[in-house]
Every structure is written in structure tokens, then in C-alpha cells.
Design a protein around this ligand. Structure first.
Ligand SMILES: Nc1ncnc2c1ncn2[C@@H]1O[C@H](COP(=O)(O)OP(=O)(O)OP(=O)(O)O)[C@@H](O)[C@H]1O
Ligand SMILES: Cc1ncc(COP(=O)(O)O)c(N)n1
Length: 290
């Protein structure tokens, strides 16, 4: 759904800027700046994509966990999606924290109307965020059915971690060779592609994620870095994938790019506060003196 942007605007000495691909994050905010829509916008920027947001919830969060959150009314979430997609357009979208069943239903309807989804013009990445890495819930327990029934069948790609796999399907993955069972069980919920992330297999010396299209399995190998600072890793990966999709990549290429991107982000993670620090995209931007 690449629509021509406004004509490039002359800045200085003949320079012009063209409208970059446009990606939409439907997610919660993280006051600590590590995860959620903050991570999404950083990944979009560093992947050369214009980022837009539909905020679903405002969390009170620091490096030690989520203290509380307030939800945005479902109709306001839908209105944000409607506003930006009808005026600006969208080349790919992703979801993160959705908080409640009513927000999920509103997102599904608004995305369908905006041409976002597996059978629509703009690819749709559903990251089924259920809890923070500290275990604080970010999704009401009664919203799982809505996630499974309304959103998964619309998704171009779903990207659960192993806790989310267990919540959604009951499959409990303890070793790498059980990832394929998890991928089959998640895939049965209706997405076009399924990516099972292996970050929580902490006994495994590597981080080998598994991608499945319903027929073929694709292993995504990667080193496991010895760092506790992986806050926002899932959001960063899903947003890098969404950026690549917005730029026209195939799902397989986009996921391979997302894996390389998050690997480097984990490798450059840093401590922050008294708890867990974020993965970093600083390696993609200039740190020259200002
Ligand atoms: N210590 C690590 N070293 C290298 N890669 C990692 C590490 N931890 C996670 N990853 C990778 O980061 C990506 C995110 O995986 P993970 O399973 O942690 O998702 P998540 O739980 O949704 O992330 P988040 O921490 O944001 O909740 C995957 O590609 C995973 O393999
Ligand atoms: C708003 C928001 N969205 C997502 C996460 C998950 O990230 P993590 O699992 O790294 O805590 C989070 N903590 N906050």
C-alpha cells in the first residue's frame, strides 16, 4: 500500500526528503523508555521507517517492573488507528500490549477497516504481549480468547515468547526440540506465519528461534549473550520485522532481518536503574559529539 507521499520539500542547497515507508505501533507506553511503543518507535526510526502510534495503555514502569497502568478507552484506540491510516496511510502495522478484550476487539475492527492484515494491503505483526519480563500482567486473563479468536486469524505473523505460547496453547516448551510442537499449536490459531522466540530457554547456550508457515520450518540461529539487560527485546524484534515488511521485504527476509537486528541490540544492551536495562539501537545512530 505504497501511496505517493507529498512532494519532496526543498530544505537547503537543493536537498529534498521523500516520504519514507510508514509503520504503525499499536501498543502501551513504558515510562522507563525501554519497551512498548518507545522501543517500537526507536526501532522504526533506526530501520528508516516513519513511526506512528495508537496508544492502548499508559504504564507506570521502571527498571524493576510495572507498578500500574491505565487503559485508553477502546474507541480512542480505534480512533487513533482510523485517523493515521486514513490521512497518512500505512505500509505495515504491529501490536504490543493490548490490555483488554474490548481494546483487542476495537483494534481488530479498525485494522480490518484500514486494510491491515494477512489478506490485506498492509502486513500485520501481532506480538501477543501478556506480561512484562518481571511477570507483571499487561493483559487481562479474560482477553486471551479475544486475542486467539479475533486477532490471530488476521495476522501475517505472530511472535509469541514461550510464556505466551503456554498461555495461548497450553504447550510447555522446555527444550529446543519442543519448539516445533509450539509452532504447530500456535499456527493452528490461524496466523499466516508463526515465530516462536527462544529467549526464555535460558539453559540453552544459543538462542535459536523457529519460524513456521504451516508447511516449512525455518531455524533462526543466534548466539546467547550473557546479559540480564534484555528489556524490550521482543518489541524491538517485532518492530524491526514490521519495518522490513513496510519496506517491502518478504516475511522470511523480514524475520531474518529482525533476528539479526535484535541480536545486535542485545549485544549492545546497557544497565539502567536498579533493575533490568534495555536492549539498544544506539549502534544504528551517530554518537558523534553534537
Ligand atoms: N540473552 C540473549 N542473547 C541473545 N539473544 C537473545 C537473548 N535473549 C533473548 N534473545 C533473542 O531476543 C529475541 C526476543 O526473544 P524473547 O524470547 O526474549 O522475547 P520476549 O520475551 O517477548 O522479549 P521481552 O524481553 O521484550 O519480553 C529473540 O530473537 C531471542 O532469541
Ligand atoms: C508497555 C509495555 N509493553 C511491553 C512490555 C514487555 O516488555 P518486557 O517483556 O521486556 O518487559 C512492557 N514491559 N511494557
Amino acid at each position: 500500500m505504497n501511496q505517493p507521499g507529498l512532494p519532496g520539500r526543498a530544505l537547503c542547497s537543493g536537498a529534498t526528503w521523500e516520504t519514507p515507508p510508514r509503520a504503525l505501533s499499536i501498543a502501551g507506553s513504558d515510562s522507563a523508555g525501554g519497551a512498548g511503543m518507545h522501543a517500537d518507535l526507536r526501532a522504526f526510526l533506526t530501520c528508516g521507517v516513519h513511526g506512528m502510534t495508537a496508544v492502548t495503555a499508559v504504564t507506570v514502569q521502571d527498571s524493576l517492573g510495572v507498578k500500574s497502568f491505565v487503559e485508553i478507552p477502546a474507541e480512542t484506540v480505534a480512533a487513533q488507528i482510523e485517523a493515521v491510516t486514513s490521512d497518512i496511510g500505512v505500509d505495515a502495522a504491529k501490536t504490543g500490549m493490548l490490555a483488554s478484550a474490548s481494546i483487542i476487539r476495537a483494534v481488530a475492527k479498525a485494522c480490518h477497516q484500514a486494510g491491515i492484515g494477512r489478506d490485506a494491503a498492509a502486513p500485520f505483526v501481532v506480538d501477543p504481549v501478556a506480561a512484562s519480563m518481571h511477570g507483571d500482567p499487561l493483559l487481562h486473563a479474560d482477553a486471551l480468547d479475544a486475542l486467539r479468536d479475533e486477532l490471530f486469524p488476521m495476522a501475517t505473523l505472530v511472535t509469541p515468547n514461550l510464556d505466551e505460547v503456554r498461555l495461548l496453547t497450553g504447550v510447555d516448551v522446555r527444550t529446543r526440540d519442543q519448539l516445533a510442537d509450539a509452532a504447530r499449536a500456535v499456527h493452528a490459531l490461524g496466523p499466516q506465519w508463526t515465530l516462536i522466540k527462544s529467549g526464555h530457554l535460558t539453559e540453552d547456550p544459543e538462542c535459536v528461534d523457529l519460524l513456521f508457515d504451516g508447511t516449512e520450518f525455518y531455524e533462526l540461529p543466534g548466539a546467547r549473550f550473557d546479559t540480564p539487560h534484555t528489556h524490550g527485546g521482543g518489541d524491538t524484534m517485532a518492530s524491526a520485522i514490521t519495518s522490513a515488511l513496510a519496506r517491502g521485504a518478504s516475511v522470511l527476509d523480514a524475520v531474518r532481518f529482525g533476528k539479526r537486528f535484535v541480536q545486535r541490540a542485545v549485544a549492545h544492551s546497557y544497565p539502567l536503574g536498579a533493575g533490568v536495562g534495555p536492549v539498544s539501537t544506539f549502534w544504528r545512530v551517530s554518537t558523534k559529539p553534537i
